[in-house]
Design a protein around this ligand. Structure first.
Ligand SMILES: Cc1ncc(COP(=O)(O)O)c(C=O)c1O
Length: 442
């Protein structure tokens, strides 16, 4: 067992981490297999978070590892600008096969943040190409998370992610209200009944700004990072109708909800609402190689590409767009999802999951349980003077004492296990979370 001194950990500036606290008492993972991590001190840790909402097929799956190794030996890198390689075309085709009908062109990047920034740029390019260059405004939603690029934090609505950078956010951006309404919807199973009319706030923004000035609306179908907010019945349909009526593009950020998390390839299919663009990342390679993608309706691609008589049509791209290792990982991952029927498995397991997570209603301080697909949010009453402290301590207890990895945000515990989780492991995870909640002071 290796000991990690604070000095050995000092050089790394860790992302979204309390660096000082972590380095004083580190939590390191050294290997993983299927449903478990192994910690640096040799413990087996049940993964209740699919890493970070990524590892939908479980960890270190051989077909994916083999495909990556093979790609690294065969074609380590191929430039994606004015050049191509078969893997990225094959992955675009494979994604087209599982995306909602009509969303049939795919732009690759390396992360969810880049997928979102690409989507915002595509929206502007589309409207310019379509003879409506005045459509420059974006609409996001309070509590939305769209990554950490300047575009993503501008349309995003998580205050702590924005405030340091507030002076330089994209200026032409408005936000819809979030859909969290515990007074009416606490302990809803699946989609909450109340709140479809919250989408009508878009009409107010349209009245104020002029619908013809708005390029796109972007929302997560299920807001994940803010603590699992499931869309009220009818809400997404309403957003779709308003966007269509006003020529506004609707973007679903499916970085978390895509690739089976809700029991269908994408939340768009689970909820039966088709947007104009879908951003995805994470589960597309099972987390094994960074990859983001922005998938668009064919008419968006056609409009941008046909607007230009010759030369490069869209001045945007990344050195690693469609990287051979990412493409290989993506292809192997999609074929694993298919051969093991993992999306259908998630759907079949969802009712068991729902019952299991709702049993936490009786745990101390639980003020809401929310669920959809294989996702759950368990919200704890906050301490008066320290919002987030209670759930953070639950997270620490889970890792150190219960041997489980969970995710917390503010005082909500977010659970999103790999889709291969068994019923017995669902029970085990829920029991571990309950014990941790019971051990942490109110
Ligand atoms: C909905 C959504 N969009 C974008 C992102 C950003 O993805 P990345 O961290 O890969 O940049 C995330 C990450 O959790 C996300 O949940």
């Amino acid at each position: 067992m290796t000991t990690y001194t604070p000095e050995a950990l000092d050089a790394l500036w860790m992302p979204f981490t309390a660096n000082k606290a972590f380095k004083a008492d580190p939590r390191l993972l050294v290997s993983a297999k299927d449903m478990h991590y192994r910690s640096a001190d040799g413990r087996e840790i049940l993964d209740g978070a699919a890493g970070l909402w990524c590892v939908n097929a479980g960890h270190c799956r051989a077909p994916i590892a083999d495909a990556i190794a093979e790609a690294a030996r065969t074609l380590d890198f191929a430039p994606g600008f004015q050049m191509g390689h078969p893997g990225s075309f094959a992955l675009a085709n494979a994604l087209k096969g599982i995306l909602p009908t009509g969303i049939d062109h795919v732009f690759f990047s390396n992360s969810g943040s880049e997928a979102v920034d690409s989507a915002l740029k595509i929206a502007l390019a589309y409207h310019q190409s379509n003879g409506q260059p005045q459509r420059t405004r974006f609409v996001g939603r309070l509590r939305g998370y769209h990554g950490v690029g300047f575009g993503g934090i501008s349309v995003g609505g998580i205050e702590l992610n924005r405030k340091t950078f507030a002076a330089q956010l994209l200026p032409l951006t408005d936000h819809l209200p979030h859909t969290h309404d515990p007074a009416h919807n606490a302990f809803s199973r699946g989609q909450p009944a109340h709140g479809a009319s919250l989408a009508d706030a878009l009409e107010q923004i349209i009245t104020e700004r002029g619908g013809e000035t708005i390029a796109a609306v972007i929302v997560e179908p299920v807001a994940g990072s803010t603590g699992v907010l499931v869309p009220p019945v009818g809400y997404l349909e309403r957003l779709r109708a308003i966007c269509s009526a006003h020529g506004i593009l609707l973007i679903f950020d499916e970085v978390i909800t895509g690739l089976g998390r809700l029991g269908a390839p994408f939340a768009a299919q689970s909820f039966g609402v088709t947007p104009d663009m879908i951003t995805l990342a994470k589960g597309v390679t099972n987390g094994a190689v960074p990859l983001g993608a922005t998938a668009v309706q064919g008419w968006i691609y056609d409009t941008v590409v046909n607007a230009s008589a010759k030369g490069i049509e869209f001045f945007h791209g990344y050195t690693y767009s469609g990287h051979p290792l990412a493409a290989a990982a993506g292809l192997a991952t999609l074929s694993l999802y298919q051969s093991e029927g993992l999306f259908a498995r998630a759907k079949a397991l969802a009712p068991y999951w729902e019952n299991a997570v709702h049993s936490l209603r009786s745990a101390p301080g639980v003020i809401d349980v929310r669920n959809v697909g294989l996702v759950a949010g368990i919200e704890l009453a906050s301490r008066a003077d320290a919002i987030g402290a209670r759930a953070y301590e639950v997270f620490i207890d889970c890792f150190k004492v219960q041997n489980a990895l969970i995710r917390v945000t503010s005082d909500t515990i977010a659970l999103s296990p790999p889709l291969i989780i068994s019923e017995a492991q669902v029970d085990e995870l829920v029991a571990k979370v309950r014990r941790a909640i019971e051990r942490v002071p109110a």
